[in-house]
Design a protein around this ligand. Structure first.
Ligand code: SAM
Length: 335
């Protein structure tokens, strides 16, 4: 059988970037309400039938695989609150063409799920953690759950997940006095501590005033020792990686603002309600859900991929003079 070129020609955008990475936000629900991620007040939730089923998500991935997708990450909302997520992970791991399946979680449910996730075949997880101080953690996230998250991280470490990346959004006056403490964790554990520049998007409770950029973050870490660059690997994300001399783990920096990496961006994002976004920092999207539910075949789904990729911006506009504000919340996009 000859497959249609629309289902097999690799996705390449007008900037000649090969698109290989699909992030799957599987739910808009979260069991935390982080200051910088969720808005104040009630967040309207998607109705059940607006959310893609696992079968629909897997179909999107299968079509994506035909177009060159080789790496997927499951995110949310909080992915571990959606029933059946472990089975989804197992089915993603079983797709032979996918070279890398990873999970981003806030870790609240990790202690109880770590074994099942490991048994599903996932080895790489990112846990978001913005404070090592219990009271402050509760202030940032709205919930007193630090102990559970830390227990989850240690459980995942004992299970053999590797690497375990800890995502820290660095924010002035909120957690910037803990930057060195987080970096110090990479001396004691083989964790990859990744400092993420805060991106002022959506109607969250933090602003651009809270932003602290990578050069300043690095200066605060250098008190612990020299930052030695670590060579990147094939499926690496945008983090610039370093090791503090003598450390077991690494520190990394995701500098979407101070040193953006748009020229290397190989990503698409699928939201829980089936929107395919070509740029984290643009509200533009194409509706995959419509194509999935239209009764048309996979070629229609592939066409949506191609349209999104053709419209992918050369670079984001956040912080630029002609910036267009991003109104969607990170909680819905999945980071
Ligand atoms: N609930 C999961 C978690 O907490 O990891 C997955 C979703 S969360 C939206 C994904 C990542 O986005 C987290 O690491 C979070 O810290 C990051 N994030 C959310 N809002 C952000 C912002 N405004 N700027 C930078 N990173 C942000």
């Amino acid at each position: 059988m000859i497959s249609s070129p629309s289902l097999t020609a690799p996705l390449t955008d007008p900037e000649h970037r090969a698109i290989r990475y699909l992030r799957l936000s599987i739910t808009d629900r979260c069991n935390l309400r982080c200051l910088y991620c969720a808005p104040d007040g009630r967040v309207p939730r998607l109705a059940h039938d607006q959310i893609l089923s696992y079968e629909e998500i897997l179909r999107v991935v299968q079509v994506g695989v035909g177009l060159g997708i080789r790496k997927v990450r499951v995110t949310g909302g909080e992915p571990l609150v959606r029933k059946g997520v472990v089975d989804l992970l197992r089915r993603l791991v079983a797709i032979p063409e996918i070279e890398d399946v990873s999970l981003t979680t806030n870790g609240v449910l990790l202690e109880s799920c770590a074994k099942a996730i490991f048994d599903a075949g996932v080895r790489r997880i990112n846990v978001s953690l913005d404070s090592l101080n219990r009271q402050r953690y509760a202030h940032i996230t709205g919930y007193d759950r630090f102990d559970r998250v830390w227990a989850g991280i240690l459980r995942a470490h004992a299970m053999g997940f590797s690497p375990i990346k800890i995502n820290v959004v660095a924010m002035r006056r909120i957690n910037d006095d803990e930057i060195a403490d987080f970096a110090r964790l990479s001396m004691a554990y083989p964790f990859h501590i990744r400092f993420i520049e805060y991106m002022p998007i959506g109607n969250s409770r933090t602003t651009v005033q809270d932003q602290i950029l990578t050069p300043e973050i690095q200066d605060r870490i250098r008190v612990l020792g020299e930052l030695v660059p670590v060579e990147g690997q094939k499926n690496d994300g945008p983090a610039r990686r370093f090791r503090i001399s003598g450390a077991k783990g690494e520190v990394g920096f995701i500098s979407a603002l101070s040193q953006h990496f748009c020229d290397q961006c190989n990503r698409l994002r699928l939201t829980a309600d089936g929107k395919l976004r070509a740029c984290l920092l643009s509200d533009r999207y194409e509706s995959l859900k419509e194509a999935l539910r239209s009764g048309k075949g996979d070629a229609a789904v592939a066409d949506v991929f191609r349209t999104a990729v053709q419209k992918k911006w050369a670079g984001h506009r956040l912080g630029a003079d002609d910036t267009v504000p991003v109104t969607e919340f990170m909680q819905k996009i999945g980071g």
